[in-house]
Design a protein around this ligand. Structure first.
Ligand SMILES: NC(=O)c1ccc[n+]([C@@H]2O[C@H](COP(=O)([O-])OP(=O)(O)OC[C@H]3O[C@@H](n4cnc5c(N)ncnc54)[C@H](O)[C@@H]3O)[C@@H](O)[C@H]2O)c1
Length: 428
């Protein structure tokens, strides 16, 4: 990998202008004021260049085709950001690499393990490593606590858990053509879900905690057991109970759901022999709860995750950091864990109406699964899946290994009878 040694503002192009792409424009705007970068072009086939949203620098060169933009500017760009629909990531990453332009790719890079493999092959030709835009790894406090964990200060690592209950309403699933979808038009896996997309920052962080081979190691899922549910009128799953054993034998248990009440917890726990490390996302501290009853509080200052990631990548591109916070290959554990969860669950279980409340969140309807939090807490503490807690489903999740991922595309294709229907009892 080569790096540029430049202190001049880096020349950045952003693909897309709305949704997450608009946030990229606004956060780059903040970094322009610090003299770190200059946004020199953008593109979007779906907007009128005369009606670009506020936040996009007025008057910058605008393209309707990202390929044209990269061909035109290739030798004159220091970075391109790809905050576009997940199904477009692979081709956009490939084009950036072919044009020799360092790529900041939004998370998740893809949720299809085969596509990720192809992307990794493309990445081998890149001069600078791609940065995948997962959050949290930029937090210096988190990395410092992981160093202490690796040094053995908290005793042996027993388990890692994440409880992530975060509602998403009908409007969220209607905002874009790929939301809540299982398959792309070409039959590759899309698998949009809270586990693989909406709350994937936390899943990636849980795997980071479980990576016991060094700071920059994410635990590799060896065996996975999962039960997946659907409460929304979507093709995919909106509620995941997932347990995995990593290569190091560490259990990681995760619950993520978009079918719940607002204000519910998002809590990471790292349970060790002598202490439990806890990050509750309703507060700005890492807490170390020692077995002797004392609590250590480490402040996590409020930061802008995009801005921190961009700063880190710029420092990498100018030789001040030796690696991106998350490289493409570091996403592999999450992509595999997610795909193995479908293979384990065997189907996406529709949540019966009697187990649902119909609420309104941000002025749009949202289903909320009754007793979800208590069911999740029992699972995280003791490993009892919903099927073991009275949830009536035909097949409890089974333990699977990595080879089971290969069956997921065929099972999904066979299971989808009418993708336009949107409300499918979909065997995977
Ligand atoms: N980091 C975060 O916290 C965060 C938050 C939200 C979304 N995301 C990620 O950002 C990505 C985009 O998500 P979204 O919900 O904003 O998607 P989206 O469907 O709203 O699309 C984003 C933008 O891409 C543009 N676009 C679509 N096709 C294009 C093309 N062929 N060429 C150029 N531009 C194109 C759209 O017009 C839009 O401006 C996803 O990977 C998502 O997971 C990350």
């Amino acid at each position: 990998m080569t790096t540029r040694l430049s202190s001049a503002p880096l020349r950045v192009a952003i693909i897309g202008t709305g949704g997450c792409a608009l946030t990229h424009h606004m956060e780059m705007g903040a970094l322009e004021k610090e003299g770190r970068c200059q946004v020199v072009a953008t593109c979007d086939p779906f907007v009128n260049p005369a009606e670009l949203p506020a936040g996009v620098t007025p008057g910058i060169p605008f393209y309707s085709d990202y390929r044209e933009m990269l061909d035109d500017l290739a030798g004159d760009l220091d970075c391109v950001t790809v905050p576009t629909p997940i199904p477009l990531h692979a081709e956009m990453h490939q084009k950036a690499v072919e044009c020799g332009v360092p790529c900041y790719l939004e998370k998740p890079p893809t949720l299809d393990p085969d596509v990720l493999q192809d992307m990794l092959e493309v990445e081998e030709k890149a001069d600078s490593a791609t940065f995948v835009g997962f959050g949290f790894i930029h937090e210096a406090e988190r990395r410092a606590v992981k160093e202490r964990l690796l040094q053995g200060e908290f005793g042996a690592l027993r388990r890692v858990t994440f409880l992530g209950l975060c509602p998403r309403n009908d409007q969220y699933y209607r905002r874009t053509y790929w939301a809540g979808r299982l398959l792309n038009r070409d039959g590759t896996l899309l698998l949009d879900s809270p586990f693989g997309n909406g709350l994937s920052h936390f899943v990636h962080a849980a795997l980071f905690w479980s990576g016991d081979e060094g700071l920059w190691h994410w635990g590799t899922p060896k065996k996975v057991r999962a039960e997946l549910f659907r409460a929304h009128q979507i093709e995919g799953a909106d509620t995941f109970f997932v347990e995995c054993l990593t290569g190091g034998g560490i259990p990681v248990r995760i619950v993520t759901s978009h079918a719940c009440h607002p204000g519910m917890p998002r809590v990471e726990q790292v349970v060790c022999e002598r202490a439990t490390i806890e990050i509750s996302h309703s507060e700005n501290h890492v807490r170390v709860l020692w077995q002797n009853g004392t609590t250590e509080s480490i402040e996590r200052p409020v930061r802008f995750p995009y801005r921190e990631n961009f700063r880190w990548y710029f420092d990498y591109l100018t030789g001040k950091n030796d690696r991106p916070l998350t490289r493409l290959e570091d996403s592999l554990p999450l992509v595999h864990l997610h795909a193995m969860a479908y293979a384990s669950s065997g189907e996406i279980h529709p949540v019966p109406e009697s187990s649902l409340e119909r609420i309104s969140w941000k002025r749009s309807p949202c289903p909320a699964i009754r007793n979800l939090e208590s069911m999740a807490e029992r699972f995280l503490a003791g490993g009892q899946m919903p099927s073991g807690q009275g949830m009536n489903i035909p097949h409890p999740g089974i333990w699977v290994e990595a080879d089971a991922m290969a069956s997921v595309p065929e099972l999904l294709r066979a299971g989808i009878r009418n993708p336009a229907d949107g409300a499918l009892a979909c065997p995977v």
